[in-house]
Design a protein around this ligand. Sequence first.
Ligand code: PLP
Length: 401
Amino acid sequence: MSHKFDFVEEELQLLERKGSYRRIRWVEEAPSPWVRINGDRVLLLCSNNYLGLINDPRLKEAAVRAIEEWGCGSGGSRSICGSLSLHRMLEERLARFHGSESALLFNSGYSANLSIIPSLMGDGEVIYSDELNHASIVDGCRLSRAAVQIYPHRDMRELESLLKGNQRKGKMIVTDGIFSMDGDIAPLTEIVELARKYSALTMVDDAHAIGVLGSKGSGSPEHFQLLHEIDVHVGTFGKALGCFGAYAAGRRSLIEFLINKGRVFLYTTALPPSVSATVLAGLDILEGEPERRERLWKNVDYLRRGLDRVGFDTMNSQAHIIPVLTREEGLTMEMDRRLLEKGVFVQGIRPPTVPEGKCRLRVTVMATHTQEDLDFALEKFEEVGRSLGIVHGSSTDCSRG
Ligand code: PLP
């Protein structure tokens, strides 16, 4: 018998002993405010389907029509034969949406970051990266072989001192727009100023801000009125746009450069055509129905105020991702389990996704949650929070925002 797999078994046993073993949960129907898990109806409070578009009949119809017309796959990488005119239509639409010269599709946000960062930055150059940037940015930086300087979360003073102390020529500052686990927003105005002062490129990963921030929903640069100031603007389709895939928007030469230099872009099969059709339908809704965004922000405000009032620490979050700080891993996973038992599905988040001692429940709000849904969530959070000693004090009038 070969023992070559022993290390795998041992590692799994170790994770089990430490209480860190991850078991995925199977959601048994399309993500909407309520879903079925193990046959039980539970309130979904951890989906990135922020605007509720996943199940929208207009998106489904667009996907079905595209499959009938174009088939199921793209047939090749973008540089061989996977560049379909439907993809071009979406790229042109995305460029208009952002007021940029050009845009380029990628198969996911993760692969966009793995392709873009090493294309732009390499040996002898330096990337400045917020310590809480998404794992795909971290991996893109590693792959680039550039020097990486991590600055403390949103700390512009520290970022400036790092920039000042570095004489190298090629520099890029990269940040999440809305931070995926903390729900706060990058200080883009200051980042753009520093980038100008120290001649650095800027790259913003707006995976969580597209469809959510800005009056048109085009993300954090719009929110800060910096529409033409960000060099590389990355967005994804898997969150507010209710589909799958990603893109970068920027000047034409940047996009041409990424087409020529991006290894992940060059060597992977292009997105299925139905994705482009679905996203085009999603953009119509995003632009035509701003009330969805307004509803989302109302829900965010209501839920966060309710959680704060109960006594939870929501970590100064500013957006639809509301972390509920629980700190310790065991407690976090127990809270996650008890909430599910009571009908609320919200995922406990632990290392390596967040730092040791900063475990949390990552609550995400959707535009399609009703006030009754949010009241139900608040009631269950309070019950479980009290039973675990996370919140204390009077329970009266604590959940209504
Ligand atoms: N960038 C950020 C900031 C994210 O939060 C995520 C996913 O959650 C990604 C990139 C990856 O995007 P995708 O799921 O499309 O791979």
